[in-house]
Ligand binder design. Sequence first.
Ligand code: FE2
Ligand code: FE2
Length: 183
Amino acid sequence: MLVTENLMKEHQLILKYVDLMERYAAFTLKPPEMPVLLEKAVCFIEFIHEFADHFHHAKEEDILFRYLGVPCVLTHCNPVPQMLMEHDKARGYVQNMERAVQEKALTALADNAGQYARLLTEHIYKEDNILYPMGEAGLSDGAKTALLKEYAQTDERLDSRAIWAKYEALCAELELGLDALVG
Ligand SMILES: [Fe+2]
Ligand SMILES: [Fe+2]
């Protein structure tokens, strides 16, 4: 029984957006400077708020990390505090991005988008390859069953199917937009 499979699927979509955001940022700063990232930043920020921070973290922070915090589940070390610190750091970059959008500060926007992208790429690598396998190994079958039930309730409450459909469509749109720019 695996309890991190769905979270890893969510990571894959987050990484797609991170990659797109970096490519938009690179295009934005290439001469002649074009404010394309500024135009699309609202989409990226909305995705980060709704999909990454609200939908993904509703399960990762509020459910999985709670189960991993039970004594003796993680025996060697507990990377959860470090992961939470990185979530907060990521939120800081997003706040900076929002401010940069308001101020139409293109360089600050691209810089913070790049920092967010780099942090998230490393963060997701650590979760997929270190924390999640530790969780799979440490959680009992009973805990996993209870955890999956809580995930299912959260997915239903937040309308998982609608969120996936919305953001897969937006991802395809952003990809097409970039293709059109690159020619
Ligand atoms: Fe995380
Ligand atoms: Fe995650």
